[in-house]
Design a binder for this molecule. Structure first.
Ligand SMILES: [Zn+2]
Length: 77
């Protein structure tokens, strides 16, 4: 089977978008406020992934075919 890249309803190629939880650490200033400079950034677990259209901002679920290639799923509203 010939693989076709996932295409948006508007005709543009979709982008694979990964969601991750990112934690950033800050020092606390003498005045009790959070410091401006971050001291550490932790990239966390992957939360999920969607297919995203850079043009019309439409999003779709990510599915895989029998060869584990990315195909477009249902539209996420
Ligand atoms: Zn689109």
């Amino acid at each position: 089977m010939i693989y076709k890249k996932p295409i948006c309803d508007c005709g543009k190629e979709l982008i694979y978008l990964e969601d991750r939880i990112v934690s950033t650490s800050f020092k606390i200033n003498k005045n009790g406020k959070v410091g401006k400079r971050s001291i550490e950034v932790c990239e966390g677990e992957m939360e999920g992934h969607i297919l995203f259209c850079d043009d019309c901002r439409e999003t779709y679920a990510t599915y895989y075919d029998e060869n584990e290639r990315i195909i477009r799923g249902d539209r996420i509203s």
